[in-house]
Design a binder for this molecule. Structure first.
Ligand code: HEM
Length: 184
């Protein structure tokens, strides 16, 4: 099996992990909505633990993914896009992968600085090694908000690019990311 991307195609690992990350993120957003609407404290806490577990999975997968992205060739684009668009779309993709490593760290650091642990289902928790410090929490929260806003803007651009390629340009960019073999 092809383990890493090359100039001609994405590896099946990249394709699978891309969608693991996308669905984990969707799960985190969905759980946030559910937590907002949950009736009791116990349910809210349990949903929060599942959300933390998804965040941990996202973080671990993304460490590999970011490393794999910057150490392998990105396959040639499908069709003949403008080179500026290619540079922008690839830079956005790398930034998205990096954000999925940094944002979970910021969540963990913010909670640690507030003296809260990151609890997981089954009574597990992620250790807090940072000191309780209100100023540190404030700084981390500001950085998180800036990073999260930039991430959401990048994600919107990324999904817009995928939709544009699929429906407007009618090429195989999205299908290739869904595992279709595309001859270049
Ligand atoms: C509905 C959601 C999404 C769609 C439709 C989508 C679509 C795509 C497509 C079509 C490509 C291939 C681009 C190419 O041929 O160069 C791609 C690549 C990529 N996407 Fe997404 N994407 C989505 C969500 C995400 C999310 C949530 C992230 C990260 C947080 C992400 C990060 C990446 C990265 C890093 C690449 C480069 C390939 C890799 O290393 O995985 N995408 N995406």
């Amino acid at each position: 099996m092809q383990l890493k991307d090359n100039g001609l195609r994405f590896s099946p690992v990249t394709v699978a992990l891309h969608w693991v990350v996308a669905f984990a993120l969707l799960g985190i957003f969905g759980l946030q909505l559910a937590i907002g609407h949950a009736s009791g404290e116990a349910l809210r806490t349990e949903l929060g633990r599942v959300q933390n577990l998804l965040g941990l999975i996202l973080f671990l997968v993304s460490i590999y993914r970011f490393w794999a992205r910057i150490t392998a060739y990105h396959p040639l684009p499908v069709g003949t896009p403008n080179p500026i668009e290619v540079i922008i779309s690839r830079s956005v993709a790398v930034a998205l992968a990096l954000a999925m490593v940094l944002l979970p760290v910021a969540v963990w650091a913010s909670r640690a600085a507030a003296g809260e642990g990151v609890e997981l289902p089954g009574g597990w928790s992620i250790p807090t090694v940072l000191p309780v410090n209100a100023v540190l929490k404030e700084v981390v929260d500001v950085l998180f908000n800036i990073g999260a806003s930039a991430f959401l803007a990048g994600l919107a651009l990324h999904v817009f690019g995928a939709v544009k390629n699929h429906f407007l340009l009618k090429n195989d960019t999205l299908k290739r990311m869904l595992g279709k073999h595309v001859e270049l």
